[in-house]
Design a protein around this ligand. Structure first.
Ligand code: FES
Length: 98
């Protein structure tokens, strides 16, 4: 079972938005990156294509390429450099590590 890695301790009054992660609604603050959304949600971004281990990003600044995600419409995005928007639907591989 994975758990949140980030916890909001400031800016708690920012407007809320809702997107989905693997079909489940997830709330976020307007302006959060997708990396922040996932780290606050369940603490992982994707499964590694090499060994299947869960990844959580590394650099958080667009350099390492460890945070690529796929949206339901097939669009691929870096989680750390993409601002979350209402209605986005993140689709990760089916969970096999829980
Ligand atoms: S965490 Fe390194 S590119 Fe996104």
């Amino acid at each position: 079972m994975y758990s949140p890695r980030f916890h909001r301790i400031a800016e708690t009054d920012r407007p809320k938005i809702v997107l989905t992660v693997d079909g489940r609604p997830v709330d976020a603050a307007d302006g959060d990156t997708l990396l922040t959304v996932l780290m606050r949600h369940d603490g992982w971004v994707r499964d590694s294509e090499f060994d299947g281990q869960r990844r959580a990003g590394f650099c958080a600044m667009g350099a390492c390429q460890d945070c690529w995600l796929t949206l339901a419409d097939g669009q691929r995005l870096r989680a750390c450099t993409t601002v979350a928007r209402t209605g986005m639907a993140i689709v990760r591989k089916p969970a096999t590590h829980d």
